[in-house]
Design a protein around this ligand. Structure first.
Ligand code: MG
Length: 408
């Protein structure tokens, strides 16, 4: 089996530094994404230290879970020896390929997805507070998506001497595609959007680039890192699956503008009309398609901004686009005074989303933040309860949780 990959990491639009790190080592069959946390660039040190230790331990002959344990030890030791790095930690999700088997090792809330026969499933389980609340039946998956504490993770590398590594084994088939990514992708795009994008772009680099671009269009609140690995037939297993065999439905509509228009019988005798038909109509058709595409883009985009003093969901692009003006979808009960400084600044230029439901989730988050700041006690109570029930596993992380929330 052969493999092809695409990768991209981006600082996003909401953070000054990129604290994600990643590894693409095709010769070793090792791919990984790490999302660091900790103030003053400590997150960057944590994720880079973990990736380097993972690579070294795996190249030295360790299994992927052993290599992740070595990465944990390396980050833990580094944090212990430097006061400026105390409390730092990182997620780590790694794929190790051996022949046609993928072994995944995973700690934290970065994710791995598998696309097989067009269906995309999440392989890893998030080690996060909200995921735990969902498992306990205390939150619905929908509530988890925009929960104000969704950035708190319950397991990370570097916070304790020992770490429990989840491992998954996948027997790959030609045509399978693996995605590993940081939460800067999955907090910005729904699973459906991610799945559609993976299906649409057969080239792994194009898929990675498009995912990152879309996460940025949706706001880019966090650093975004994406690694896409494609399993390809090398001919020895009899199957013929090349990347091009995956259909690219995005390209299809464009083909409509390609064939020359107006080659009908009886028209050949009029050279002026013929050249108009040959050149003018296709140009008009292309211009029409382009105008329609801009309109389509302008109308399918949403943003949250301020209308007067009121927090408002608009359909369209802030300021409008080529005559397509934004329209008010609905107004929320929140006013500018209910927002944090950062959110207010964010909304002044309009915070964009790729779908209405993403925008609504964002509005819910603003509402929850407002309620939390207004002194509502329900959130605090729920969190305290959880800490109690998970004291054995969450205790070491409890110390880092507050900084996790502010820094990630
Ligand atoms: Mg992140």
């Amino acid at each position: 089996m052969k493999f092809a990959y695409g990768k991209r990491t981006d600082v996003g639009r909401g953070r000054p530094e990129n604290e994600d790190s990643h590894l693409v080592a095709p010769a070793d069959g090792l791919y990984a994404v790490a999302d660091g946390m900790g103030g003053h660039r400590a997150g960057e040190v944590a994720s880079a230290t973990a990736i380097e230790a993972l690579r070294a331990a795996y190249a030295g002959g360790g299994r992927v879970d052993e290599a992740i344990e070595a990465a944990n030890a390396a980050v833990f030791a580094r944090a212990a020896e430097d006061a400026a790095l105390r409390g730092m930690g990182t997620t780590l999700t790694a794929i190790a390929l051996q022949d046609s088997t993928a072994v995944l090792g995973h700690v934290g809330d970065s994710r791995a997805y598998l696309m097989r026969d067009g269906a995309v499933t999440q392989v890893t389980e998030d080690h996060s507070l909200v995921e735990q609340l969902v498992r306990e039946g205390r939150l619905t998956p929908e509530e988890a998506l925009h929960h104000p504490q969704r950035a708190i993770i319950t397991r990370a590398l570097g916070v304790d001497r020992d770490v429990v590594v989840d491992t998954y084994r996948i027997d790959l088939k030609p045509g399978d595609r693996l995605l590993i990514c940081s939460d800067g992708l999955t907090n910005m795009l729904s699973d459906d959007t991610i799945a559609q994008t993976l299906r649409r772009h057969s080239d792994p680099q194009q898929a990675a680039d498009t995912l990152v671009d879309m996460a940025n269009q949706a706001g880019g609140d966090d650093n975004i890192t994406v690694v896409v690995v494609d399993a390809l037939s090398d001919g020895s297993d009899g199957a013929v699956v090349a990347p091009a065999a995956v259909e690219d439905d995005a390209a299809a509509p464009l083909l409509d503008t390609q064939p020359p228009v107006g080659e009908g019988p009886g028209r050949r005798s009029i050279p002026g009309l013929r050249s108009l038909l040959l050149w003018g109509l296709p140009i008009l058709a292309v211009a029409g398609v382009a105008f329609g595409a801009v309109g389509w883009y302008a109308r399918r985009t949403y943003y949250v901004g301020l209308s007067g003093d009121r927090v408002t969901l608009f359909q369209g692009v802030p300021g409008g686009l080529l005559g397509w003006k934004p329209t008010v979808d609905h107004q929320s009960d929140l006013t500018a005074a209910d927002l944090t400084e950062a959110d207010r600044a964010d909304l002044e230029s309009g915070h964009r989303f790729a779908s209405r439901s993403d925008a609504n989730q964002f509005l819910d988050r603003l509402q929850q933040t407002h309620e939390a700041l207004a002194g509502t006690t329900t959130t605090t109570a729920a969190t305290t309860d959880t800490t109690d029930t998970t004291a054995t596993t969450a205790a070491p992380v409890g110390e880092t949780a507050p900084s996790t929330e502010t820094s990630r």
